[in-house]
Design a protein around this ligand. Structure first.
Ligand code: ADP
Length: 302
């Protein structure tokens, strides 16, 4: 049984339709991504899942419960980290965690959580003295301190440098490995590709695709590109005759082959048979960004 079920969700703010028609299920133990450009309706969707907003249409069920009606029961099972949550400047890291732990019946051990999140050395540091990455890690710790079964994390790596972002991804994977189901909002393609087991791509309030990152890329844009410099001249037909190859183009000494399936193996084998070495060989696979263009007709702008 899915732990989160969103069915034909609809939400408007006055005249603005923020969420037009969004449906997806999240299975226990997965990292499920909600990906889309700014303004797509991602935050509104997860706020409805978290019970912070009332849908105007459709339904949301979390662990079989209604996020609004059963808010008290769900509070202990769902941890929420929303965008730009701020704490009082003077509050120290360990104090914040102990305070939040006191809201729950069976909280996690704050000291252990700080250790796991790499904040052990910052226990006595006031909130205002933390770096962006440390604030982000603290907000994740606060979302997890109630020992939730589900964690909802919104844009958690926005504003972080690449290293801090990577560290945060590792952290999220460790949280998932502890058995927590994660609903993650992101507008970073790379983050979705790297972290999510499955994702819903949302554009203008609708789900335009729902699959694993690899599944999305391969169903939408199965094409692969191979670039190399041949060690000896050869006739293009050597490659265009291969069923996996769709096109061969030359630019200076470089050759670009596009194709599908086992195209890399087919090309390298035929070249090897003709004693041609493919120097500077690179395989460029389609990315989620390419998939998004195919799905929506425009490039995804971060
Ligand atoms: P995302 O998280 O994908 O950036 P949001 O759910 O925040 O998208 O916003 C979807 C749309 O709803 C946007 O057009 C946004 O301007 C609008 N919106 C979001 N929150 C409010 C609000 N509280 N009042 C009015 N409009 C809002």
């Amino acid at each position: 049984m899915p732990v989160i079920e969103v069915t034909s969700l609809h939400k408007r703010y006055g005249e603005t339709v923020a969420v037009r028609d969004v449906s997806f299920d999240v299975e226990a133990g997965e990292i499920f991504g909600v990906l889309g450009p700014n303004g797509a309706g991602k935050t509104t969707t997860v706020e409805c899942v978290a019970g912070l907003r009332v849908p105007d249409g459709g339904g949301v069920s979390v662990l079989g419960l209604d996020p609004r009606r059963d808010a008290t029961r769900l509070r202990h099972q769902v941890g929420v980290q929303l965008q730009e949550s701020r704490l009082p400047d003077r509050l120290r890291v360990a104090e914040a965690l102990t305070l939040y732990a006191s809201f729950y019946r069976e909280p996690a051990d704050p000291a252990q959580l700080l250790d796991e999140l790499g904040l052990d050395g910052k226990r006595d540091t006031p909130y205002e003295k933390l770096s962006g990455g440390q604030k982000q890690r603290l907000s994740i710790a606060l979302a997890l301190v109630g020992n939730p079964r589900i964690a909802i994390l919104d844009e958690l790596t926005t504003g972080l440098d690449p290293q801090a972002r990577r560290d945060t991804w590792g952290l999220i994977e460790r949280v998932r490995d502890r058995g927590v189901t994660i609903l993650l909002v992101t507008h970073f393609m790379e983050e979705a590709e790297r972290l999510c087991d499955r994702l819903a791509v949302i554009d203008k309030g609708r789900v335009v695709a729902l699959d694993s990152p690899a599944g999305l890329v391969s169903t939408v844009t199965p094409e692969q590109r191979i670039r190399f410099r041949p060690s000896a001249p050869f006739d293009d037909r050597l490659l265009t005759d291969l069923p996996q190859v769709t096109a061969v183009t030359r630019s200076g000494s470089q050759i670009l082959v596009t194709g599908t399936g086992e195209v890399l193996h087919a090309v390298t084998s035929v070249l090897a048979r003709h004693q041609i070495v493919a120097a500077d060989l690179r395989l460029e696979q389609a990315t989620l960004d390419d998939a998004f263009v195919e799905l929506t007709g425009r490039r995804f702008v971060d």
